[in-house]
Design a protein around this ligand. Sequence first.
Ligand SMILES: Nc1ncnc2c1ncn2[C@@H]1O[C@H](COP(=O)(O)OP(=O)(O)OP(=O)(O)O)[C@@H](O)[C@H]1O
Length: 484
Amino acid sequence: MPAPAAPSLWQQGCERLAAEMPEQQFNTWIRPLDAAELSAGDDGALRARLGVPNRFKLDWIRAQYAGRIESILSELAGEPVRLELSVQAAAPRQALMSRAALAGQVGSPSPSNPASAPNQPVANPAQAPAAPSTGTWSGGTAVAASNRLNPALTFDTLVPGRANQMARTAALHVAGAPGAMYNPLFIYGGVGLGKTHLMNAVGNQLIKDKPDARVLYLHAEQFITDVVKNYQRKTFDELKAKYHSLDLLLIDDVQFFAGKERTQEEFFNAFEALLSRRAHIIMTSDTYPKGLVDIDERLTSRFDSGLTVAIEPPELEMRVAILMRKSEQEGASMPEDVAFFVAKNVRANVRELEGALRKVLAYSRFSGKDINIQLAREALKDLLSIQNRQIGVENIQKTVADFYKIKVADMYSKKRPASIARPRQIAMYLAKELTQKSLPEIGDLFGGRDHTTVLHAVRKIGGERQKDTELNQQLHVLEQTLKG
Ligand SMILES: Nc1ncnc2c1ncn2[C@@H]1O[C@H](COP(=O)(O)OP(=O)(O)OP(=O)(O)O)[C@@H](O)[C@H]1O
């Protein structure tokens, strides 16, 4: 049987993968790959050769996705296909074109491919490809005077992921049909997770679709100031005229209304007036409506009467995607291994991630050096020295579980299948290598295991890494990540 044309089989495979994987995982790990070359091996069996840009990515893809890719390709080809991964630095032009074609087919909410030219050295920003500088995170962004929206905060610049999936989906609905479902939309979550970004995205989308829509974004404190001003001037009609006639009101950080009775009353009036006109209201807060303190119950119960959604801290892969997207927006390109290294070490929120990225890019520009792990480590020295002191068994368990795609809970469980037992042994080995903990202490932290079990794991993995280069490479990646 003649081998099917490689790009089309690969494209079909990618479409299948895109349908079953979280979008941002697909965009980060699969989409950037060049089309696999298909050929018959010496034994007559089909082989799909896939070049990946670096060793780190090769290990990651092999550990995380190779099995699934093989089985999808085999199913599509109607015969077994073996996947062969190899490191290949430069992307052939043709493959890039087929990737562009694919981008059209599988669709992406993002205008920018996070991994276009991911591994080219970009030490000199003057030579870097011109990328649209949206100013999303560089501060000093232009804000349209009338609606106070920040034009840089759009759905296109918001990286999607599990952490914001529900909130983003709801926000997209509202942007498409304001005044219909999910009214009010209440978005809550910790600092710097993208709440302001998301509500601005709805406003910007609506203005784009309906330029004459009356939209207003404001921080709760600005509303408070407005109320005070109008109270002093006794011009409440002006306040009403301003707020009650809107099509979309976006109020950020409503927890600031706490204890401000007059403000709450005016907001209640505005709220009722807007809802009765089927205008839409989106609010954000650091907590869910029932968790708000010093805010009248009649308000908090109304806040909860539409849809309440949380934004969670981004998971590792989303943090990697955010770093890559944002460095690209800045006209730089961050190799995946560096993005992984930074994402692993900066977990709190997106704002901190942006801060770390800014440091790495600035360091690279000033020193004229390429962006690599060594450079990132130097740029983030202060931050990492704090983290280093905190390196612990828990961190090791989480990192190893992430890498081998098992649940962290499996580190403590009694399960014995090799797919779980081996990563667990690797984590025990790293715990012994990288922390000061004794064997019995480590055993305790792995679900109360005996110290002899830990000793066995340490000896076994230590011995195997001497002979098994692949294992050695994986351990090297894990150690680098953990050590910072
Ligand atoms: N998913 C994301 N993709 C891209 N950028 C993001 C994402 N989430 C957050 N950001 C960026 O992180 C920064 C902080 O986000 P934002 O100001 O929206 O957070 P917030 O949740 O409103 O925080 P706060 O409660 O402190 O106001 C912004 O520059 C924003 O553009």
